[in-house]
Design a protein around this ligand. Structure first.
Ligand code: SF4
Length: 92
């Protein structure tokens, strides 16, 4: 019988396995409220820019330390590139 382990939302990262952590991030992104996130087109546009950026490593922006898939969700978030906000204008 396979044991099912519950994810604790109040645990520190050190207490989660890598699989649990990635799953927790994906659940957070999927459950982020529609009325507090950019539209899908803008979200995909931002992530497309990040995937072409030399600052991206393992899903994290090396400038700000954020997971870009989380940062890109929020309408007021900007790309932290100091000399060239690569995301520029929001489409929605
Ligand atoms: S947020 Fe900006 S600097 Fe960071 S990875 Fe994305 S495009 Fe690059």
């Amino acid at each position: 019988m396979q044991e099912t382990k519950k994810i604790c939302r109040r645990c520190l990262l050190a207490e989660l396995s890598e699989d649990e952590y990635v799953r927790s991030l994906k659940e957070y992104i999927a459950g982020y409220p529609e009325d507090k996130r950019v539209c899908e087109e803008e979200y995909r546009r931002r992530l497309g820019i990040c995937t072409d950026c030399e600052r991206l490593a393992d899903g994290i922006c090396s400038l700000c330390g954020c997971y870009v898939e989380l940062r890109a969700l929020k309408p007021n978030s900007v790309c932290p590139e100091p000399f060239d906000n690569k995301w520029k204008v929001d489409k929605c």
